[in-house]
Design a protein around this ligand. Structure first.
Ligand SMILES: Cc1ncc(COP(=O)(O)O)c(C=O)c1O
Length: 396
């Protein structure tokens, strides 16, 4: 017997919508922000440096440059390594458009590479397969919170003279072979959007071991000016010379106070995410209409999101119907990601479907279940119940 779906007028699994992601704020966070609002600095003040130091220390990096978003962090990284027109950067097909856009911002060309079918992270073999004389860098993405295969990618990149920018927007707190994500690549970028592990509302950061790259990015986030207002003020200088064409990508003291307060709970937030992911993995392992992504034995997964793969061959309906049926049950499922080059903007620039067959095979099967630290046990049970109900209904 199958239960009548909410999509067909049956009872919903839950009364209120459970979104796929949500910030986890506590009273301390609110107090930290309120304290900044009463202080002298709303932006580019002492909390920015304090947040940069705390974040660098949390991920084991030497330098960090806070910027206004994860996207700005990626742009700062492509600027820092001086991607220019004619340069190619290898980017996995399954990522947020921002990863590839950061190459375009510099006038460079994103070259899309395929993913491994089991983890959906960049397949290291693709680095050589997609490399040309114009390749400048490779940008592995830590999909869902699982680090890409950084040792293999770094080794290849070093041998071929390529820079590595790791897009770790999903992977704050992740570890790879016992080392924290943040000092594994030439540049590592993080995002502090509210659905991420730690939030500054909007915000991002780039970590690096290179003092030179860090200095370039500090100028870049502040119009290309050599020196920030507080330094200039302290030294009594009339102006800071503009030496690069930069942007206003500064992160505020308000955001950094929130980030600092949140960072104090990073371990707790990661632990709760991992608990929920473990519940899903054990409860859904036996559902033959879906498969779970592989987690490599040598990583600590940061569980930013929980994508599953629908076994479409075992189902009577496609992902569109299943997504609608789960939403009707009030489970806010979503999709990460359409292959970047399927976006109209990329298509209009000559990218064609078929470039990355494994990413394209995964795309119509991908469905992201809700995962955020403040989910209750009931929320987790509701997701499992709804997924089981809907997939049983559409079982072939
Ligand atoms: C893989 C990836 N890269 C970059 C970004 C951009 O981050 P932001 O939204 O902070 O600009 C995101 C955001 O979700 C992301 O998922």
């Amino acid at each position: 017997m199958t239960d009548k779906l909410a999509l067909h007028g049956g009872p919903m699994v839950r009364a209120a919508l459970l979104r796929y992601g949500r910030h986890a704020l506590e009273e301390d966070d609110v107090q930290a922000v309120a304290a900044v609002l009463r202080s002298d600095w709303l932006t580019t003040g002492p909390r920015v440096e304090a947040f940069e130091r705390a974040l660098a220390s949390a991920v084991g990096a030497t330098h960090s440059v806070a910027v206004s978003s994860g996207t700005a962090a990626l742009h700062a990284a492509t600027f820092a390594i001086q991607v220019k027109p004619g340069d190619e950067v290898i980017v996995p097909a399954l990522t947020f458009a921002a990863s590839a856009n950061a190459v375009l911002y510099q006038g460079g060309t994103p070259v899309f590479a395929d993913v491994r079918p089991d983890t959906l992270t960049l397949d290291p073999a693709e680095v050589d397969a997609r490399r040309t004389v114009h390749t400048r860098a490779v940008m592995p993405v830590d999909f869902a919170g699982q680090p890409a295969e950084l040792d293999e990618i770094n080794t290849l990149a070093r041998a071929r003279g390529l820079a590595v920018i790791e897009d770790a927007a999903h992977a704050l707190g992740a570890e790879y072979r016992g080392r924290r994500v943040g000092a594994l690549a030439d540049l590592t970028t993080f995002s502090f959007h509210p659905v991420k592990h730690v939030t500054t509302a909007e915000g991002g950061i780039v970590t690096t071991e290179s003092a030179d790259l860090a200095a370039r990015m500090r100028r870049f986030r502040n119009h290309g000016l050599d020196g920030e207002f507080r330094e200039r003020d302290a030294q009594g200088l009339e102006y800071s010379p503009m030496v690069d064409l930069g942007y206003n990508y500064r992160l505020t003291d308000i955001g950094c106070a929130l980030g600092l307060s949140q960072l104090g709970r990073l371990d707790q937030l990661l632990k709760r995410r991992a608990e929920i992911a473990q519940r899903y993995r054990s409860e859904l392992a036996a559902v033959s209409e879906l498969s779970l992504l592989t987690v490599a034995p040598d990583v600590r997964h940061a569980w930013h999101i929980f994508p599953i793969l629908l076994e479409l061959e075992r189902l009577t309906k496609d992902r569109r119907t299943i997504l609608a049926a789960l939403r009707a049950e009030n489970i806010g499922v979503t999709v990460h990601y359409v292959p970047v080059y399927w976006h109209p903007y990329y298509e209009a620039r000559g990218y064609r479907r078929g470039l990355c067959p494994r990413a394209e095979h995964a795309y119509p099967r991908l469905l992201t279940l809700p995962l955020f630290p403040t989910m209750t046990e009931q929320d987790v049970q509701d997701v499992i119940a709804a997924v089981t109900k809907v997939l049983r209904y559409y079982r072939r």
